[in-house]
Design a protein around this ligand. Sequence first.
Ligand code: GLU
Length: 468
Amino acid sequence: MTVTVRFAPSPTGFLHVGNARVALLNWLYARAQGGRFVLRLDDTDAERSRPEYARAIGEDLSWLGLSWSGQVRQSERLDRHRAAEARLREAGRLYPCYETPEELELRRKLQLSRGRPPVYDRAALALDGVARARLESGGRRPHWRFLLDDRDAQWDDLVRGPCHYSARHLSDPVLVRADGTYLYTLPSVVDDIDLGITHVIRGDDHVTNTAVQIQVFEALGAPPCAFAHVALLTDATGQGLSKRLGSMSLRDLRDEGVEPETLVNFLATLGTSEAMGAVRSLDGLAAGFDFARIGRAQPRFDDAELRHANARYLHDMPFAAARPRLAALGLSDADEAFWLAVRPNLARLSEAVSWWAVCGDAIRPVIEDPAFTAAAAALLPPEPWDGTTWGVWTSAVRQATGRKGKDLFHPLRLALTGLDHGPELKGLLPLIGRERVLERLSGATKNGSSTSQVDSEGKNLLSLLKNP
Ligand code: GLU
């Protein structure tokens, strides 16, 4: 038996981190088992499903690095859903119901007030042909419920352990709406059977669906899959993440500079007893995948922690991995020395663009004390320069001027970069180069303008570079 899993989003919005976690767990399990990962688009809601969301789902999964070995759209499998409906009808497992939502709600409230479980009371089963005809001639169209066998639902959940639902607490699910369209319950089972899905890994908001879907599997002559229900994520404050609000969409995170590897590693360890260590490849994560490590409690998705993890990832990223990404940002000339100099300062990769400009473009040097910078300029060692040049130079400047600590370094940083913060100058100095360093120490820029104090323009530049 080849393990086959599916990720089944509805293309009614952008994927958020909660969806991504479910997709990832499916993918990792399939990979760990040498199995298949199928993308199933649950697009039966014609009004809310959009092709642009379907496209975005594919793009977002690819961005995460999650490839799929097949893709289906539920909307293209309607004939299979119809055939299953016919089979259930023939087997006497579907019965027509006429209650309006308001009537059902009233009954529910009544049951609750009497301390009974709010399950459907099967009143429609008692209707005879005459009663049904009267309702229909009054304009009511039936919806169709699946007649559950009177037995408890049980399965051994890969995450939640043994699950048991008493038959008393289960309502016959509505499978077919009055207009003939299907609710999620039936098409999902039909497609899982047809696609040979062996393991359904999904959010625990589907636990009650599973309790009834097991019987739908059986009524269609198929053994139910194995199930794993993972707890849904909350945000950092403990509130649920809502797809409709688009909160924490993968697009937003990508645009904010979160690297896919960071997100994948962050999500893979979320809700487990492990802390996120060094970033691993998807295969590395798959190798250690085990349902037993996934806890039942709702994990909190803390945005700030993700951003820290992202910064740590960038700080450790080797040049070979950074090179194509820098090229994509227009920095195809960036070399390893540049990368090693700036990476400890990055919260997101795109900030490298500003530091590239600081190294090579005309900047506005900020000169606080022209006599001091002139003295420093006179002591600049000859090229070639390397990582030791800064130390040699600043020792000489210290000796000559008597300045040390902040008094020594701060004015040099302002003159060389126009900024009061940034990567270590030891790394930047050789990248800026002697000619430009001399120019900047004299307060000059290539286009001739200069600033003698941290004036308002200088401050503007500071803020500009802080928020590229
Ligand atoms: N379209 C359903 C959802 O997004 C799929 C649930 C399932 O995995 O069966 O919730």
